[in-house]
Structures are given as structure tokens and as C-alpha cells.
Design a protein around this ligand. Structure first.
Ligand code: DX5
Ligand code: ZN
Length: 228
């Protein structure tokens, strides 16, 4: 069973390694894992869709070998379809693509699933949820971006909590949130219906185990209060 299929109503934390020390990636992931992280968020950027340039399948191969956690690749690239075989080969367990630059979304999502991985879509802050309507049957998770993709350390966009709430009304698909997630903003997103909390700078600006734990616990408290 895939990671997102298993999440159910649990709140889980995923460190974004974009904010980690890339010279010590395995150790940085282990530190967040000590704080309760259950998934690694791996940001791939191409200097076309976003101005930044990060890492690709070669680094994913090494990281998958070095960690016991599942690795989730967030492809912030044009033409993601051509990169999917290499990420499958690398051993990541899920891949999300940006529909703004994925011309054949149905084909791409099906290719991810056909390889036995979970398929996700990540939406820019102003991309409407209606974009998802015809893609929902082929999706295992949705990433609601709460900053513009491209960089870590940006300011959280508060209106994205309302977007999560609307998506929750549309579907039961697990919702991941990504961008500006901290122990202060995580509860807003969890109350709205998010369950997978991606955090980069908030985890790595301090002791990653402590900071990861604070975010997960803040999210879980919000879920309990909200449900009970
Ligand atoms: C932004 C990336 C995020 C980023 C989040 O393009 O998709 O995953 O690492 O970083 P923070 O948590 O610092 O906003
Ligand atoms: Zn991301």
C-alpha cells in the first residue's frame, strides 16, 4: 500500500530537503526522522518552470539508498513526463507534477501509477481547483502550494487555507501542503483538511528533530481540536 493511501486521517510531517545541507543529505533526513518525519519531500527544479535549479534523479538514487523513509518527488519542471522513468528507476515512491506545465496530464499520471508509484498534482497558488476536476480519478494526492514554487523560505499565503477547505469539499484525496509551513501555519492548514505537512526552512533553521516534532504536534493538536 502506498504512503498516501495509508495516511488516512493522520497528520504527518515531511521535511523538504531544499533547506537542508546538501553535503550531508542522509544525515539531515535522519535528523528530521528523529523528530517524527515519515516522508521525504524532494524538490526538483529546472530553471524553466521555476527560476531555481536543484537536483534530479541521480541524487534521488543516492538518497533512496540512504534513507528508510519513502521519497516523494515534487517535479517543478517543464515536460515532467520525460523524467518519470528516471525517478521510477531511482526508487522514489510518489511523484507530483505541476499541471500548469504538464500538457498531457492524464498520460503522465497514468505513467506514474503504471510504474507502481502514487501520482500527485501540485497547484500553484492561483491555479484554480477546477483544473483538477477531470484528473481526480487518476490522482493519489494533491499538493496545495502555499507559496509560489521555486524557493524555500517564502512567506505563507493565508488564503491557501480556504483553497484546502474547498478541495476537501470536492474530494477525499489526501491533501499535502507545501510552502511557509511552520508550527503556526500548520494548524490552519490541518483545520482546513490538510494531512501531509511539508516544511523546509522551518525544520532546518533549527534542530531538525525538535522543529519537525513541533510542526507535527501542532498539526495533530489542531486535528484533535477540530475533530473533537
Ligand atoms: C518550493 C518548494 C517547497 C519548499 C518549501 O518550491 O516546493 O517544498 O522547499 O520550503 P519552505 O518550507 O521553506 O517554505
Ligand atoms: Zn515542494
Amino acid at each position: 500500500m502506498g504512503f498516501f493511501e495509508r495516511v488516512g486521517d493522520r497528520v504527518v510531517g515531511a521535511p523538504s530537503i531544499l533547506a537542508a545541507d546538501f553535503a550531508n543529505l542522509a544525515e539531515e533526513v535522519r535528523r528530521a526522522q528523529d523528530g517524527g518525519a515519515e516522508l521525504v519531500h524532494f524538490d526538483v527544479m529546472d530553471n524553466h518552470f521555476v527560476p531555481n535549479l536543484t537536483v534530479g534523479p541521480v541524487v534521488a538514487v543516492s538518497l533512496v539508498r540512504a534513507t528508510s523513509l519513502p521519497v516523494d518527488a515534487h517535479l517543478q519542471v517543464e515536460r515532467p513526463g520525460s523524467l518519470i522513468p528516471a525517478f521510477v528507476e531511482a526508487g522514489v515512491t510518489s511523484i507530483s507534477v505541476q499541471p500548469e506545465v504538464t500538457v498531457h496530464l492524464h498520460r503522465t499520471l497514468n505513467a506514474i501509477r503504471a510504474a507502481g508509484l502514487e501520482a500527485g498534482v501540485a497547484l500553484n497558488p492561483t491555479t484554480p481547483l477546477e483544473f483538477l476536476e477531470w484528473a481526480l480519478p487518476y490522482l493519489d494526492y494533491v499538493n496545495i502550494m502555499s507559496v509560489n514554487p521555486g524557493f524555500g523560505g517564502q512567506e505563507f499565503i493565508p488564503r491557501m487555507a480556504e483553497k484546502v477547505r474547498r478541495l476537501r469539499e470536492m474530494t477525499d484525496v489526501p491533501i499535502q501542503v507545501d510552502g511557509g509551513i511552520t508550527e503556526k501555519t500548520a494548524p490552519l492548514m490541518v483545520e482546513a483538511g490538510a494531512r501531509v505537512l511539508v516544511a523546509g526552512s522551518a525544520v532546518y533553521r533549527g534542530d531538525p528533530a525538535t522543529e519537525m516534532r513541533k510542526i507535527i504536534e501542532a498539526g495533530r493538536r489542531a486535528a484533535e481540536t477540530h475533530n473533537g
